[in-house]
Structure formats: structure tokens, C-alpha cells
Ligand binder design. Structure first.
Ligand SMILES: Nc1ncnc2c1ncn2[C@@H]1O[C@H](COP(=O)(O)OP(=O)(O)OP(=O)(O)O)[C@@H](O)[C@H]1O
Length: 330
């Protein structure tokens, strides 16, 4: 393991931001800290970085007890949402900064910076000032600067949070490819489940100062530990006392006697792009299922038709914690 966080608790004037959190972060992987705003993700990242002290607990980085080490002794690189570049220095000098203050030989700095600028696709912008870059290019420069000193761990706090949706998406694909090239242990904070599912090898779901689940994107999606994780990772609907994903539901035309199926009547059909949302009202619930157009057509049903709903084996489900509540489909 590259980073071991053990029983970390952090309070801010009595408010518990992290409550006895333990997390193992594997070497060489891209790990996402995912959760709603205020859940404690940034606090955990800042404690790993040494920018914040835990009230109790321990942080180990590559086998070294880092609990009481200052940030500069932890060999970590960071990138924040709003990256503070040196405005009067060129992109090249910004990337070189960490190497210059370590008095590395000039030739070494030059070749390392060239290599990094190529890695982040900024070769042609080397002589510009940060103000002459786009937001996405600036964050790539920030990453190159963080990587320059060869950190053992790269910590990214919502690195693409301030960018528009399209650039964000491009940068997340780029981060995945970059990580496949350099393999530095990377931890990034995000509140965007799609970003985490798409980019991360491993996801730590954090909510209200506690770890809800740790696992691969597939684990979390297919085997959510609880209803919070299930709801946070995608749309859900309720069938009986379980939460299920609307697109996992199978619809069969007509009434039937299978014990595993629930019978109901179609009360609404909505087309959303290539998907069809079908609302089925059972004896005591309104259930939302998502079908492809082809699936829907082959059923030959319409509003008013009687259908059975099935949850296929292997579909991720979670028990509903708050019984009796009717859930809208996401
Ligand atoms: N320096 C501080 N002083 C007081 N309270 C703080 C401080 N830093 C964080 N908190 C509180 O601790 C809780 C966790 O904050 P944190 O920034 O870790 O959450 P987060 O999951 O990263 O949320 P976001 O996605 O909004 O950044 C929040 O309620 C926040 O208000």
C-alpha cells in the first residue's frame, strides 16, 4: 500500500469533519475520493498532504510515518482547483520551479521540463505566461509542475472543478491516459460520480466524515454497500423494499405467476433520446424502468398495458434505509 490512513479523526470547533477514517490507497493507482459537498474529502486529502493535522490517527506514505511531517518532507505533489501559478514566469519556468529551488543542474532541468511539457502537451506554449493559457491548459501546467520533482504521491483536489463541462471531460480522459503513462500513485477529490467511475481504478466514497465504501467502479456499481452509495452513483427506483437501477429492470408483457415478478400497469411512457422511460404502477408503488427503444418496441405495450417487472440476477440492489418513502427515478 502506498498510503495508509488509520483511524483519523478531525474536528473543526467541535464539528466532526472526519470520524475515525481508515483507508488504504494502493501504489501506482488512480484513486478517487468521491462524495457530496462537505463530506470531508478535501479534509482527508489535506491531511494526507500535511496541510492539515489530524486530531488523532496516523498517516503513512510509502511505509514512512508521515503523521507529524510537514508537507515539504512528504514528497507529495498537489494540484488544486484554482491553481496559483507564478504570473510573471513563463510556463517553462513555472514547471521548472521545484527543480530550480532544489538547485538541480541546468541541463537536467531543461531536459526534464521538455519531457514534462511534452507529456502534458504544452510544448508549443513553453514561453507563454500563465495568463495566456486557457483554464484547461493552466491545469495541465499545474500537473507538470507537480510532477517535476517526482513525487511519490500526486494529490489533486477537484483539479478540473472550475472548468466547463466539455473541457472537464477532455481533461479527465487525458488524466487517465497520463496516469497510464506515468503510474504515479494519484489521489483525486471529486463530487462527480461520472468522473470517478470513468477515471478511477479505485473509489473511496466519503459522506458525513465517514467512509461508506471502498472498491473498484464495478464493485460500487454492482455491489453497493448501502442505499447511500447506490443513490449517489446513479439513478435509482424502488421495487418492493429494494433500490434498483431503472435500466436493470426487465419488463415482460402481460400478467404472470412467477413469484419473483411484480405485476403492474403502465401509467406513463417518456422518450428521452434513445431511451424510453416506462412508469409502472403496481399495487402500492410507482416504479420507473428504462428501456432501449428496440426493447420497448418488441414488447408491444402502451400506457394501460399490464406488465411484469423482474430484477435479473446479478443486478446491483440495496435495501431501502428509509422505509415507506416513494422515490422519484433519477
Ligand atoms: N478550516 C475549517 N474550519 C472549519 N470548518 C471546516 C474547515 N475545513 C473544512 N471544514 C468543514 O468540514 C467539513 C468537510 O469539509 P471538506 O472541505 O473536507 O468537504 P468536501 O467533501 O471536500 O466538500 P467540497 O466538495 O464541498 O469541498 C465541511 O462541513 C466544512 O465546512
Amino acid at each position: 500500500m502506498s498510503i495508509e490512513v488509520t483511524n483519523v479523526t478531525k474536528r473543526f470547533r467541535g464539528f466532526v469533519a472526519l470520524d475515525d477514517v481508515s483507508v488504504s490507497i494502493p501504489s501506482g493507482q488512480l484513486t478517487a475520493l468521491l462524495g457530496p459537498s462537505g463530506g470531508g474529502k478535501s479534509t482527508l486529502l489535506r491531511i494526507i498532504a500535511g496541510l492539515e493535522r489530524a486530531d488523532s490517527g496516523r498517516v503513512e506514505i510509502e511505509g514512512l510515518d508521515a503523521t507529524n511531517l510537514p508537507p515539504q518532507k512528504r514528497n507529495v505533489g498537489f494540484v488544486f482547483q484554482h491553481y496559483a501559478a507564478f504570473k510573471h514566469l513563463s510556463v517553462r519556468r513555472n514547471v521548472a520551479f521545484g527543480l530550480e529551488i532544489r538547485h538541480r543542474p541546468k541541463a537536467e532541468i531543461r531536459s526534464r521540463v521538455d519531457e514534462l511539457l511534452t507529456l502534458v502537451h504544452l510544448e508549443q506554449f513553453a514561453d507563454r505566461l500563465p495568463s495566456q493559457l486557457s483554464g484547461g491548459q493552466r491545469q495541465r501546467m499545474a500537473l507538470a509542475r507537480a510532477l517535476a520533482v517526482q513525487p511519490t504521491v500526486l494529490l489533486l483536489d477537484e483539479p478540473f472543478g472550475a472548468l466547463d463541462a466539455k473541457v472537464r471531460k477532455e481533461l479527465r480522459d487525458w488524466l487517465r491516459r497520463l496516469h497510464d503513462e506515468v503510474h504515479v500513485t494519484t489521489v483525486f477529490v471529486t463530487h462527480d460520480q461520472e468522473e470517478a467511475l470513468e477515471v478511477a481504478d479505485e473509489i473511496v466514497v466519503i459522506n458525513e466524515g465517514r467512509v461508506e465504501q471502498i472498491g473498484s467502479p464495478d464493485d460500487l456499481y454492482d455491489k453497493p454497500a448501502n442505499d447511500f452509495v447506490m443513490r449517489f452513483l446513479g439513478p435509482v427506483t424502488q421495487l418492493g423494499d429494494r433500490l434498483v437501477r431503472p435500466h436493470d429492470l426487465r419488463i415482460l408483457a402481460g400478467a404472470g405467476t412467477e413469484p419473483a415478478a411484480v405485476t403492474g400497469r403502465i401509467t406513463r411512457v417518456t422518450r428521452v433520446g434513445f431511451e424510453i422511460r416506462v412508469e409502472v404502477t403496481t399495487e402500492d408503488q410507482v416504479v420507473a424502468a428504462t428501456l432501449t427503444r428496440t426493447e420497448f418496441r418488441s414488447l408491444g405495450v402502451e400506457v394501460g398495458s399490464v406488465v411484469r417487472i423482474h430484477v435479473p440476477a446479478g443486478a446491483g440492489t440495496a435495501a431501502v434505509a428509509d422505509r415507506g418513502q416513494m422515490l422519484p427515478a433519477g
